[in-house]
Write a protein that binds this ligand. Structure first.
Ligand code: 5GP
Length: 115
């Protein structure tokens, strides 16, 4: 889990992505395989592997992920609601080991699918 992922290259703009928000700490870009009309990933620029590895020093940037998610949701017109999902580890089907918040919306999503 020491290797960086494709997300670091997206953050550095070395590979293309539809970036909808970026600052010194956080980047948000559209998911390449959207599961809803709006599907955006909100990620810390400095790699944190996953929710199960967060540390005290990550506290500020973790808060920023929610603030950016709120701002992007407003930008995207998700006033009727949206879903934030964080997968962590194998049983959660986490594919990219760089912590990310899925922001999903744009239509009624139905109950949370767990299995
Ligand atoms: P996870 O299953 O790890 O929570 O979600 C990883 C997400 O990253 C998936 O929804 C997948 O479609 C998305 N993803 C994987 N590779 C890329 C990529 O190269 N570009 C973009 N924009 N999204 C990606």
């Amino acid at each position: 889990m020491t290797e960086e992922t494709i997300f670091s290259k997206i953050i550095r703009r070395e590979v293309p992505a539809d970036i909808v928000y970026q600052d010194d700490e956080v980047t948000a870009f559209r998911d390449i395989n959207p599961q809803a009309p709006v599907h955006i990933l909100v990620v810390p620029n400095r790699r944190i592997v996953m929710a199960s590895t967060v540390e005290d020093d990550d506290r500020d940037v973790l808060g920023r992920l929610f603030l950016v998610a709120r701002q992007v949701a407003e930008q995207e017109g998700l006033g009727k609601g949206y879903r934030l999902i964080v997968n962590s580890g194998e049983h959660a089907h986490m594919e990219v080991p760089h912590l990310h918040v899925h922001l999903l919306g744009g239509e009624p999503l139905g109950p949370l699918l767990c299995r």
